[in-house]
Design a protein around this ligand. Sequence first.
Ligand SMILES: C[S@@+](CC[C@H](N)C(=O)[O-])C[C@H]1O[C@@H](n2cnc3c(N)ncnc32)[C@H](O)[C@@H]1O
Length: 443
Amino acid sequence: MDLQPALTCAVVAPLPLALWPGQLQRLRKARIRVVASHVAAEDFDPWLALVRQAGLLPGALCSLVTCDLPWLVARQGKGPMIVVLEPLETDTRDNWQAFVNLIAGLIDPHMRFAALPGPLCLRGDWRPDVHLDLPLIRHFPCDPCTLSGSCPGPLAPTQGLRPRPQPVSNQFDLVEAATGQIELVDGRQYHCDSEQWGMPEVQTAVGRGQLYLDQSTKARLDDFAEDLRLIERTPSGQWQPSATPPFAAEEAELRSILCELLGIVVDIGVGPLRYLDMLAPMIATGAIRYLGIEPDLRHLLAIAPHLPGAVWAQGYGEALPLPDACADAVLMLRSVNHLHDLDAGLAQAARVLRPGGQLLLVDNVTFGLLRTTDQRARAHAIPVSVTPFEHFRNDDASEVLARLPQDWPVLRQRSVQPGGSNQWLLLLRKPGPVPLGGQSGVG
Ligand SMILES: C[S@@+](CC[C@H](N)C(=O)[O-])C[C@H]1O[C@@H](n2cnc3c(N)ncnc32)[C@H](O)[C@@H]1O
C-alpha cells in the first residue's frame, strides 16, 4: 500500500488543537486534513468508519507522551491508519528508544507511522514509514547533546536502519503495446506496466510459466479458476491461452491432504474460507476440531455463521493466541506471504504444533496478467481499503523451506513449474511421535 498519495487523510488529535501550537498549520502543509481535534475512546470506531466512508485515510496525532501501548493496542487491527508523531522539546533519546522498542513489537502492519520534523539524532535508528516533507518550524534545543559533532542534523537521513517490511504486489500487468518489451500470444507485443516490477521479475515469471490471460469483465478478480487462463508455450514455441482452468491439479492435491486431517486443526489466515464444503462435515463428525485465526474481522464475521462448531480468534500468525504443542495440524493456506514477519510466523506455527503434528503451507509466486488497458484501469480503481492485508513477499516453496527447521521431514513439496499454476505446497512433520492414526496418510 502506498500511503503517500493518501496523505489527504483525516487526523484526530488526542487533545484539543488549541493545546498544540502551530499544529494545524503544519498538518495542512503536509496535506493532512484535521477533521476532529478530539474523539472519545468509545467514539473512535464510528469515527474511523466515517473517515473511510469519506474516502480519507484515518490518522491520529500523538506525541511520545500520549502514544503508549494501551493507546496503540486499542487502535490495532482496525485497518489502514497513520499515526503522526509530534516531536516535543521534552523528548529524549531514551523516550524515543522506548517508543522504537514498543512499535517493534506491534503486529499490525497496517498501522503506519509518520513524524513531524524534529531532531533526528533523538530518534536513533527509527525511520518513519511515511515521510512528511516539511520544514522544521519549531526550535529544538540540541545542546547539550552526546552526539554533538557527529549529529546528522535534524533533517538528514538516518543510517543503519532495519525498515519495516513494505507491502509488495504479487502480480504485474502486461498490456498490449505497439512496440512492447516482450512478444507473446500470436506474436503480439506486451509492455510490463508496473511500478514495482521490471523485466527481471517478468523474466522470472516467464521462466516459471506464470503468465495468465485475464478473461474477466469483473471489477475485481475473485475466482482465478474462472477469471484466468494460463498462457502456455506450445511445442512450436508459440504462447497460447490454455483451454482449461488453472489450479485444478494443485487444488485437487490440496484437497486430498485436507480431507485426511484429524484432531485439532489451526488454520492461520482463514480469509473467506474456501474449503467450507470439506471442513463442515469433518467438524460435524468430530474428525477435526477447527480453530480459525484471522486478523481481518470482516472475514471472521462473514464466515463464522457458516461453520458451526468451529472456534474463531482475531489474531496474527506472528503472535498466535494459543498454548504450545496444542495443534495436530497447522495450516497456512495462501497466508504465508501475507505474514509481515515470516520467521516469527513460522516459529509460532512450530510452537503450537505438537511433536508429530503436520504443517501445511500453500502460497503463490509472482505472476503476470495479460490485460487490456480497460481491464487494467478497472483493477487500479479498486480502493486500497478493499484489500488491507497485503503481501509482504512472494517467496516460493524452496525459500520458505530454507527458513524452516532443517530436521523436519518434508512429506510433500510441490514447486512452481511451467505447465502448472503459480501455487506451491509444502507439507512437513514436526519431529516426534507418529501422527494421529491415519492422519494425512502421506507421512
Ligand atoms: C489470500 S488470503 C487466503 C485465505 C484462505 N486461507 C485461502 O486459502 O483462501 C490471505 C489471508 O491472510 C490473512 N492475513 C494477512 N496478514 C496475516 C497475518 N499476519 N497473520 C495471519 N493472517 C494474515 C488475510 O487477512 C487473508 O485473509
